[in-house]
Write a protein that binds this ligand. Structure first.
Ligand code: SF4
Length: 191
């Protein structure tokens, strides 16, 4: 039987709902986190019982997986490592919001085997971040990038949004140019 090789795990919790969001997400809801993680691992067990699961890629998305408390994130990562053979794993991505990544969470993710972070920066402009209802500032995004680098993540993708109400073409251009200035991109061809 062909094994399942690609896993997407949705963690449907965020500190605050962004007004443009169209994913299934619950705001706050800390009291539901543990029950959800238990159910998620239980469902994974059900799949494993029916068909081998030998992941080449894992994507922890949401929602905001990094909004879990550190010990809950640890339970999730430990639960995944206990259940999944990771010898064929090529990429393990975790979505993160800049406001929710502390050094200990970054280290936890790295130690568990995650090797790519998808960071929801969205904009380098604080007034645009306010329009978007984001809970982080641009300074926090830069700090989080530094935290991720220190934890050893070499692959970090940055989400940036454009065509935001009130956003000028010059602001978008500045957002892209900032990627060069901060040393995230060496060549426009990377885009
Ligand atoms: S952080 Fe992402 S998933 Fe969460 S509410 Fe905002 S857009 Fe939706």
């Amino acid at each position: 039987m062909q094994p399942i090789e690609h896993l997407y795990l949705h963690i449907p919790f965020c500190p605050k709902l962004c007004p443009y969001c169209c994913f299934y997400v619950e705001e706050g809801a800390r009291h539901k986190n543990q029950a959800f993680l238990d159910a998620l691992l239980q469902e994974l067990d059900t799949h494993i019982a029916q068909r081998p699961v030998i992941p080449r890629t894992i994507y922890l998305g949401g929602g905001t997986p990094t909004s879990l408390l550190t010990d809950q994130l640890e339970i999730l990562l430990k639960g995944l490592r206990e259940r999944l053979p990771l010898h064929q794993l090529e990429e393990w991505t975790v979505e993160a919001n800049p406001a929710t990544v502390r050094p200990e969470k970054a280290r936890l993710l790295k130690d568990a085997g995650a090797n790519r972070i998808s960071l929801g920066v969205q904009s380098w402009d604080d007034s645009t971040l306010k329009t978007l209802g984001r809970v982080h500032s641009s300074a926090q995004a830069l700090k989080t990038l530094e935290t991720l680098r220190k934890a050893g993540f070499e692959a970090v993708n940055i989400d940036l949004m454009f065509s935001i109400p009130g956003q000028s073409a010059a602001q978008w251009e500045a957002a892209v140019m900032n990627l060069f200035e901060e040393g995230f991109l060496a060549d426009i061809g990377v885009l």
